[in-house]
Design a protein around this ligand. Structure first.
Ligand code: SAM
Length: 347
């Protein structure tokens, strides 16, 4: 699709045109990927965070938040439970970790999950493990990969350096994040990135730039969601204008990314589901093919409070909703993006 045409869709207020775009994206997903929606059991292993992103409810400076860290047994037992439920892929997520001992323990936890679930798997593959643990050193990324993690999610948040700088403190650098993404690729991870949509000061040109960035990075996975303000985070009090409707612009971006990158995996994000009662349905219609049920233990779930009104849909509810919408939950499979395998062949 020509950049002018993409911009036209992003700027348009025409409902009819938007419906057409979403319909086309759904058709591309159905033709290229079918109606299977892959599941990633999300375990939010800790809300401790050494970073201070200006938008985030678990940022380091949010002192009223009760902090937690799941222990080794809890994480491993949960992973085994998730396997038994038929979700053969998990995602371990946390705030930014600066404790080397805990990181070393997490590497061991990943290795243990792999060993134990491989023993339960007639094909010997075990659980697919995605990590979303923020910016680590190349050596740390490598250790996790060697332990058996094979996908990594690290959102760029905005690919525009000025916009990125406006939502992060000065010591969190754009260049560092880009470097991490390329390191992850060179190690051999399936790499996912993404953005928040509807940020103060963000406009359609920024989103066009993001789409171009995703293509240049040659991503395997995308996680995009609306920005949802958190009253205890500084961006809540931003005086910059909000140009984009976070919900509708997220749907448009999903559709545009599906049409232009048919073979990647794309999530109907928790933020999209939290923002609108039809977020799941509309996200899938717009071409998403991954959903991440929140399987964090009940007693700490509320403390992983990234934004106001975060919806923690249980696995069962999500499965039922996916089926009711006419899709098939992709159980007993990793559900990798074909893009990754094609990318490897062309290396
Ligand atoms: N620490 C890891 C990282 O930075 O990649 C993973 C955890 S981080 C909290 C996960 C994602 O939550 C971020 O990439 C960001 O896009 C999203 N997020 C945080 N605050 C948000 C908000 N107020 N609205 C929407 N999404 C938000």
């Amino acid at each position: 699709m020509h950049p002018e045409q993409i911009l036209d869709y992003l700027l348009s207020q025409d409902q009819e045109q938007m419906q057409q775009l979403i319909k086309q994206a759904g058709q591309v997903r159905d033709a290229q990927r079918g109606r299977q929606i892959y599941l990633r059991g999300l375990i939010e292993i800790s809300n401790q965070c050494s970073y201070d992103c200006l938008y985030c409810g678990i940022r380091n400076s949010h002192h009223h938040l009760t902090r937690y860290r799941l222990d080794r047994d809890t994480i491993i037992q949960l992973a085994l439970f998730i396997w038994q439920q038929g979700y053969h892929s998990i995602c371990l997520q946390s705030g930014q970790i600066d404790d080397p001992d805990w990181l070393a323990e997490l590497v061991d936890i990943v290795a243990q999950i792999k060993i134990q679930t491989r023993q339960l798997d007639p094909e010997g593959r075990g659980l697919g493990i995605t990590l979303s643990l923020g910016e680590l050193s190349p050596a740390q990324y490598q250790e996790f990969f060697d332990a058996g993690a094979h996908r990594y999610l690290l959102r760029i948040e905005s690919s525009n350096p000025d916009l990125f700088a406006s939502i992060h403190p000065p010591h969190q650098s754009y260049d560092q994040r880009i470097e991490c993404l390329y390191q992850l690729k060179s190690i051999g991870y399936q790499v996912g990135t993404g953005i928040m949509i509807g940020l103060p000061g963000q406009n359609a040109h920024h989103l066009l730039q993001d789409l171009d960035f995703f293509k240049q990075l040659d991503v395997d996975m995308l996680g995009m969601g609306p920005y949802i303000p958190h009253p205890d985070a500084p961006l809540y009090r931003s005086h910059k204008p909000v140009y984009l409707d976070p919900y509708l612009s997220t749907l448009k971006m999903l559709a545009l990314c599906r049409i232009t990158m048919p073979d990647i995996n794309m999530v109907a994000s928790t933020a999209l589901q939290s923002m609108h009662p039809q977020g799941l349905q509309r996200g899938l219609e717009a071409g998403a093919n991954v959903v991440m049920p929140v399987l964090t233990p009940d007693d700490v779930r509320e403390q992983y409070n990234l934004y106001t009104g975060k919806k923690n849909s249980s696995g069962e509810k999500l499965l039922a909703a996916i089926r009711a919408l006419g899709y098939e939950p992709g159980l007993y499979t990793w559900g990798d993006a074909p893009h990754y395998h094609k990318r490897l062949q062309h290396r």
